[in-house]
Write a protein of this length. Sequence first.
Length: 214
Amino acid sequence: MNHDVLKQLGVKAITADDLANRVKVDLDLLPAILDGVSSKNPRMRYGCAKVLKILSEEQPEQLYPAWDFFVNLLQCDRQILKWNAIIILANLASVDSENRFETIFEAYYEHMTDGSLVTVANVVGNSGKIAKAKPQLTERITCKLLRVEDLSPTSHLTTECKNILAGKVILAFSEFFDQLTRKDDVISFVRRQLNNPRNATRDKAAKFLQRFYR
């Protein structure tokens, strides 16, 4: 019966949002959703991934027992599943009572060197929530984010991509600036972005400095 809902998802009889609402009230469906991530049917596979992302945002404690499942997805060849794993693990950090994130920290942040704008953007964009959930990791996260300027350009991570990422780093720092011990280094990074060729990144830098540096 549980796998019937996956078939409905696979033929668009229900949406991922519909299925997520069902799972919230019937957690017996969760094993089928986890199985669905490996489906050969793209609608089913990515629909299930979306359901899990929704659950990680709204009921992270329900997915925490499946932590290793998402850690394994970090190495998935399917980029969308990898991106979902990056987001989900960041969401689960808020309920990580066993300090599991600390053990995967390097494996998580090594994706900043994947050479893909979307991958790096997902890591950077979720760093704020990790830092807030794990203040003891603030220093290590700061070090990783400050290295965005040093990333080697690739065909999927151009100089313009790096300009975009600099803006995302600024937004990430704004989420946990009060926790920072290396405020001077962060301010220096942001001030450099006042000369960034990208208008949106320069604007983010100016707003950040207006808010945090007077």
